[in-house]
Design a protein around this ligand. Structure first.
Ligand code: UDX
Length: 481
């Protein structure tokens, strides 16, 4: 625990995926700007990708030798953030996308030993020490590591509170027979505290699937055992987005809604976090009328089936709408890197640009963007709301089904496509037109603008997220001293 002469010191370890690293970096900066010392630990693989992405930018400023410090700029402005890396148990050059199961197995079985060693070293450094460990809720080891080194455990949940509470109440789902029961029950789930009746199809895929033996299932189930021992839970949501769910969780645990956790300037960040080089499409967007372009992206992680990709591609063509498509080279699989239909690119002309990765915040906030065809990753949803952009939802796995329910049914800021393997090019074209049309799309646009205001208010000095972060700081300092 802290001696009286040094700042309270947090060690932050994000889950090594893009959608988890991004909010964790900006949480670290928020805490440092509130007077904490922070040690941020990325895996060596994430670090390597970040530096490589910077090197490949025209104005690349990664030094390419592995010693680049992603927080150097932030430290220059006076924040006390140290940066280091740890092995996830696999060689840096190992293809984690192609060998996903092995990657997950390493995180489940091997990573904790490396974490223990590095946390132990930090805690034992004379004049240093640490007070609390902030680790992603999906990790299976934080409460044990924290206990071993006398640290408080702060769990960071980077998805909505609704998803958290479904996992947290997995036992209720088991008792009531909704757990691992895909397509076998249609009656609503009406017994989760604070959650209005929910259709089983709106649960996360890991709670629906009948085979629960995968490594991902084990990670989630063990992580949610471990989080029961957390001292505090920080959630990248906003109380006004999910008031009932948040209130019910707060009765069970010290739970704080501190979102949206974004870079301070949203489109400008002092810290590089992209794992792939960002293509710049701003000049092309500048030539397009306001609200006329659809942004299409399925995040950093999920894969599309080849037939779904073909239906989406043809639907985009049929829609006649201009678009920017972030098409990762492994979007179908690392072995099928050219999955677009024959002649597709030639038919587009100046109607579209297809790029492997971009600065999503910069694209979403460009005035030309009028809609977002998304897989419903939680960061993408928050970023889209912040930019006032309505969504067309095509969830692929994990929390994305539950996130879609929030977007379409609760907040009414977007439309659904039919599920995987069921959508058709005609449906894609039709729904794009509905979303982007000034008439039929205006109700989504108005609703998303109203929600955007709520997010902005939450981050104001007396807003709900600022107050929750302030309260967390008071509460954790109470426990440290
Ligand atoms: C994963 C899960 O899939 C998601 O469901 C969960 O909520 C978080 O972890 P991911 O699929 O990558 O994340 O989606 P998302 O949450 O949307 O995060 C992607 C991040 O990458 C966003 O912050 C987005 O701005 C960024 N991004 C995406 C880019 O910077 N450039 C791109 O071209 C695409």
């Amino acid at each position: 625990m802290a001696d009286n002469h040094r700042k309270p010191h947090a060690i932050i370890i994000p889950y090594p995926l893009q959608g988890h690293v991004n909010p964790s970096v900006h949480l670290a900066i928020k805490l440092a700007s509130r007077g904490f010392a922070v040690t941020f630990i990325n895996t060596q693989s994430i670090h390597h990708h970040t530096v490589k992405a910077l090197d490949q930018k025209p104005d690349g400023d990664g030094d390419g030798n592995g010693s680049y410090d992603i927080f150097a700029n932030v430290r220059r402005s006076g924040h006390d953030i140290r940066y280091t890396t740890v092995s996830d148990g696999l060689p840096v050059g190992f293809d984690r996308s192609l060998n996903h199961d092995q990657f997950m197995a390493s995180l489940l079985h091997v990573f904790s030993a490396h974490v223990e060693e590095i946390v132990g070293n930090i805690v034992a450094t004379p004049g240093e020490g640490a007070d609390f460990l902030i680790a992603d809720t999906f990790f299976v080891w934080p409460s044990k590591v924290a206990e071993k080194f006398g640290l408080l455990y702060v769990s960071f949940w980077t998805e909505p509170a609704l998803v958290f509470t479904l996992y947290y109440h997995m036992d209720l789902l088991r008792i009531n027979g909704h757990f691992a029961c895909q397509d076998c029950r249609e009656d609503p789930i009406d017994y989760i505290p604070g959650v209005p009746p929910l259709q089983p199809k709106d649960m996360t895929s890991y709670l629906q699937e009948s085979d629960t033996s995968s490594t991902c299932h084990q990670i989630i189930f063990n992580g949610f055992q471990d989080v029961k021992a957390a001292d505090f839970i920080l959630c990248n949501t906003v109380q006004e987005l999910e008031p009932g769910t948040v209130a019910a969780l707060q009765e069970q645990k010290p739970f704080y809604s501190i979102g949206p956790v974004f870079p301070e300037g949203f489109t400008r960040s002092d810290v590089a976090t992209s794992l792939w080089p960002e293509s710049d499409c701003s000049q092309w967007l500048d030539t397009k009328p306001p609200g006329s372009v659809l942004y299409v992206s399925f995040g950093s992680y999920a894969h599309l089936s080849r037939p779904d990709l073909e239906e989406i591609a043809h639907g985009l063509l049929l829609s006649k709408v201009d678009f920017v498509w972030v098409l990762r080279t492994d979007i179908v699989s690392s072995e099928d890197t050219d999955p677009l239909p024959d002649g597709f690119k030639q038919e587009l002309g100046d109607r579209a640009i297809i790029i492997p990765w971009c600065s999503q915040n910069a694209v979403l906030s460009h005035p030309a963007i009028g809609g977002f065809l998304t897989h419903c990753g939680w960061n993408s949803i928050l970023e889209s709301i912040w930019s006032g952009v309505p969504m067309l939802c095509f969830p692929l796995l994990t929390d994305q089904f539950t996130n879609r329910k929030l977007v379409v049914s609760d907040w009414k800021i977007g439309l659904n496509l039919s599920d995987r393997n069921k959508t058709t090019r005609e449906e894609v074209a039709n729904k794009i037109s509905q979303l982007m049309s000034q008439d039929s799309g205006s109700k989504f646009k108005n609703a998303v603008e109203a929600l955007k205001t709520k997010l902005e208010e939450a981050l104001m000095p007396d807003g709900s997220s600022t107050k929750d972060l302030d309260q967390f700081i008071v509460d954790i300092k109470d426990r440290i001293h």
